[in-house]
Ligand binder design. Structure first.
Ligand code: NZQ
Ligand code: ZN
Length: 388
């Protein structure tokens, strides 16, 4: 049964291959001093950097830059960005890149006017911002995280060996995001596929919880079916605009809070994957792929009916006279075949994890309670061993 909830998403989206033209109009709504944030240089190679800088110049903005935001942005980089933003008294942050750049920009936005250390305040004490937040807008170049329409900001602290996400509220969500599927076409295949699995797993994390008849689950099933179809087309032909646009739009809806309405939600694959990421700095979507099957096969008996439904409604397996257990197994087998077909990394060893790291990764795994089974530490260690 759907309980009580509110739903509101303040991010305005511009989608399509001429969506960048709306940037000028949006920039009019914000102050003169803009912080342009981007990654390791892909936007310079593709020419997007020049286009954006041209638009900022046309709008007579004063522009400061933070470049080199790495995949899995670090707390040291966050502190650097906060210093640049303060020095330049920025009124607006324009993030141009993937989830790392968007997450990072949100983390800067809540820290510029805050006297506490951002890591301690937001990632250890999990406090909410009590300072003025600098507005953020995004131009997305990679589809996967959903960061373009949510409040998530994941930061890695290598010294503490922790990778932690803080999901901020409406005030921190991007004011607008520009989604041009064509920008994603220059992504290396590895990143494209990691993004596809990130999307799939965001939906699974919300789907695999609860036993009620829930509209959110039907929406999730449709999103997953569309994603599977588009992913196969995009892997066969990365220049297939239709497939890439469907992937980009699905990524946004997979994690913009819609399909979590009325759900307790699981998120344990992300907790495991983030802990693996803290130790290996591996690509986010691949960390999820590498732990997923061990985790889902372990919790399957505790959520058997849902796993059987996943098999029939998402993977098209005919129920015939099969037991729920048989169907559930076949569903996960179908997911495994698809994961291999699109070229995902299927174990954490291939991401750099070693036997010696297992205990530490288990310690870095936050245990959440919304899914079908609340894990204990021994179970986490076993799942990680199975994922090797
Ligand atoms: O840095 P550049 O040179 O731009 O290269 C990037 C980077 O190396 C490259 N790239 C991006 N767009 C490109 C491109 N290369 C060529 N052409 C393009 N158009 O791709 C690499 C990966 O980029 P990144 O932004 O790190 O990827 P992603 O979008 O997967 O973001 C990952 C981060 O988001 C967090 C992850 O933990 C990770 O830190 N997440 C954020 C979430 C949220 N906000 O809700 C939820 C997710 O579960 C996730 O945890
Ligand atoms: Zn994710």
């Amino acid at each position: 049964m759907l309980g009580n909830f509110s739903y509101h998403n303040p991010t305005k989206l511009y989608f399509g291959d001429d969506s960048l033209k709306y940037l000028r109009d949006e920039l009019k709504n914000y102050g003169q001093n803009v912080l342009l944030v981007y990654g390791g240089g892909s936007i310079k190679k593709t020419g997007l950097y020049d286009e954006i800088v041209g638009i900022l110049a046309e709008c007579a903005k004063n522009v400061a830059e933070v470049s080199g935001v790495m995949p899995n942005p670090t707390v040291e980089k966050l502190r650097e960005g906060v210093a640049v933003a303060r020095e330049n008294k920025v009124d607006f942050i324009l993030a141009v890149g993937g989830g790392s750049v968007c997450d990072y920009s949100k983390a800067v936005s809540v820290s510029v006017n805050c006297s506490d250390d951002p890591w301690d305040k937001y990632y250890i004490r999990f406090e909410e911002p009590d300072c003025e937040i600098v507005p953020v807008g995004c131009v997305l170049t990679m589809a996967g995280t959903g960061s373009e329409m949510n409040g998530g900001a994941v930061i890695t602290n290598h010294e503490a060996k922790l990778k932690i996400g803080h999901v901020f509220g409406d005030d921190v969500m991007p004011k607008f995001s520009i989604l041009n599927p064509r920008y994603t076409m220059t992504l290396p295949k590895y990143q494209m596929c990691a993004g596809i699995y990130d999307i799939m797993n965001h939906i699974c994390e919300q789907y695999f919880s609860g036993e009620d008849d829930n509209t959110s689950d039907y929406i999730s099933e449709g999103l997953m079916r569309g994603l599977i179809t588009a992913s196969k087309k995009a892997v066969a032909d990365p220049q297939d605009y239709e497939a890439r646009s469907n992937i980009m739009w699905t990524a946004t809806w997979a994690l913009n809070t819609l399909v979590s309405r009325g759900k307790t939600t699981d998120w344990m694959v992300h907790m495991l994957g983030q802990a693996v990421g803290a130790y290996t700095d591996a690509t986010h979507g691949m960390t999820l792929a590498a732990v997923s099957l061990a985790y889902y096969r372990y919790i399957m008996p505790y959520g058997l009916k849902k796993f059987a439904r996943f098999a029939t409604q998402v993977w098209g397996i005919s129920p015939g006279s099969k037991s729920d257990e048989q169907l559930a197994k076949e569903g996960l087998d179908a997911m495994e075949s698809w994961m291999k077909q699109i070229g995902l990394v299927m174990n954490i060893k291939d991401l750099g994890a070693t036997e010696e790291m297992i205990e530490g990764i288990a310690d870095a795994t936050l245990i959440l309670k919304g899914g079908y089974k609340v894990l204990d530490r021994d179970e986490i260690v076993n799942i990680l061993r199975q994922s090797m």
